[in-house]
Ligand binder design. Structure first.
Ligand code: ADP
Ligand code: 5GP
Length: 186
């Protein structure tokens, strides 16, 4: 059985977090990667668990050392996947990156064994109602996320697999099937 590097993307509110939590809870051979960021920790966030919190200088040094599998800037802060950390975890287990479309494509360029999975909504209406139902974003933030959705959906064809998250248990079963198949592929 191979250890996989899995990159999971999809529009905000599609259910990535829900599906990844289910996978992690039910599979001891799966772990989630920990990203580096230059943003400040939010209340309750722990260094090395939620993120590795770096100064801008530390982050730039790591870029210069070629230390990121991929990195990007969001809302004025840097975020990146630390390559050596991922490689170390891959010696033990399969690793999940929950990552945006650009990040997934960049990761696959650097580590071609990356298995990319796009989680798609059954419809825009369903996505809207999930984002609204989650109650974690303002109306303005929901609109920003929906506006980005079109752009993200246009990348779906670049992925190795697309899973439509309509019925949660079916989407979860399909993800498990993909992982099983890829782990045992020659
Ligand atoms: P993401 O991590 O992609 O932003 P979440 O996992 O936070 O999305 O899911 C957004 C909301 O949609 C949550 O309230 C979650 O419980 C709900 N949800 C996830 N999957 C489904 C599904 N298949 N059907 C209905 N609601 C779902
Ligand atoms: P937050 O600050 O809310 O934790 O994350 C902000 C954004 O950064 C989210 O869109 C999240 O997906 C993205 N992000 C988190 N970690 C990484 C990473 O390692 N690489 C990239 N490219 N984006 C990331």
């Amino acid at each position: 059985m191979k250890n996989l590097l899995l990159a999971i993307s999809g529009p905000s509110g599609v259910g990535k977090g829900t599906l990844v939590d289910l996978l992690l809870k039910n599979d001891d051979n799966l772990v989630s990667s920990v990203s580096c960021t230059t943003r400040a920790p939010r209340q309750g966030e722990v260094d090395g668990v939620n993120y590795f919190f770096l100064t801008k200088e530390q982050f730039k040094n790591k870029i210069a050392e070629n230390g990121f599998l991929e990195y990007d800037e969001h809302f004025g802060h840097f975020y990146g996947t630390p390559q050596s950390f991922v490689e170390k975890m891959l010696e033990q287990k399969s690793v999940i990156l929950e990552i945006d479309v650009q990040g997934a494509m960049n990761a696959k360029r650097r580590m071609q064994q990356t298995v990319t999975v796009f989680i798609a909504p059954p419809s825009k209406e369903a996505l809207f109602s999930r984002l609204t139902g989650r109650s974690t974003e303002s109306q303005e933030q929901i609109e920003q996320r929906l506006a980005r959705c079109e752009y993200e959906l246009s990348f779906a064809k670049e992925y190795d697999y697309t899973v439509v998250n309509d019925d949660l248990s079916q989407a979860y079963a399909r993800l498990k099937e993909i992982i099983e198949y890829e782990r045992n592929k020659a």
